[in-house]
Design a protein around this ligand. Sequence first.
Ligand SMILES: *Cc1c(COP(=O)(O)O)cnc(C)c1O
Length: 364
Amino acid sequence: MQQPPSRDSADDAGELAPATVAVVAGRPAPTPDAPFNVPVVMASTYHAGGDVGYGRFGNPTWGALEEAVGALEGGTAVAFGSGTAAVAAALDLVPVGGVVVAPERAYSGTLALLRRLAERELLTVRPVDVEDAGKLAAACEGAALVWLESIANPTMEAVDVAAAARAAHAAGATVVVDATFATPLLQRPLALGADVVVHSATKYLSGHSDALMGLTVSSPETADLLRGHRTAAGAVPGTLEAYLVLRGLRTLHLRVERSQASAAELARRAAAHPAVTRVRYPGWGAMLAVEVADAARADAVVSAVRLWGHATSLGGVESMLERRRKWALESPSVPEGLLRLSVGVEDVEDLWKDLSQALDAVAR
Ligand SMILES: *Cc1c(COP(=O)(O)O)cnc(C)c1O
């Protein structure tokens, strides 16, 4: 197993550790009778002469969330209406006809959007095995942008972001890392050399399966371009969603710590189960993939669990799983019997009891 990527304990918000930043960043100034939390500011219209101007250009509730996520990642954050809207904004950095180096296996929605843009000849996609540093470096030649997922959805392939960024920058390409699985607590791609970090805040940042949102984090100059895309395309988040994601972010460190510890334990136990043919767990994070022999057995596991939810999302306090190949969009190189598990914050013994009884049923 790989070691978790190293992280400084201090960060851009002075000497504060990330766990503290998650709690204190993006708060209103502590003046008498000021609320601790930014209010949900419902406004399309603002009196003229200020910094915001209009509801599609900005909002104080988004602003507080952007401040907090920017402090955690060490850059300037821009909030979007979904993770996919943030992905689309980052891809809008590619000039028309530009080459995008993309992983062979990654979040299916991102690959679908790339295919769609390629069909319309807005860009060219160059698929690459991102775990092979030599192939990745060779593919960067002539590329405008290199797309990475720091832990890939759903195959759990881990990328050496620093090495990839060096190769991409030597070729003059922009590096984008979708760090949804890593969260800003387990890896900070900007510090490793990436130009843009993308999050589906729908997942861990929000953490409660009740809001869709996305964020990019980058240099202030690149953030201006991404914000320009948001304004022009209208890819804005809802105000209540921004409030919910910021509220969820306050406990990110506690949730990730518990989920990661449970995921490591479940990966260890699942690997020893007779029904399991392979466990994919990179050694850090709260996502893992468990493979059984075929689709029928995987479907039987999904039907037999009671505590684990059967759902396609991830990163919530509730543990959930699904067979990824049930989706037509999923890459054919993902095995039919692969179950993607998102480990929540329940008691690990309860999670194992439920999962192991479901696995026992297909081992017989
Ligand atoms: C879910 C997900 C997305 C898309 O986010 P939405 O908020 O659903 O639009 C992008 N990347 C990864 C890795 C994801 O898991």
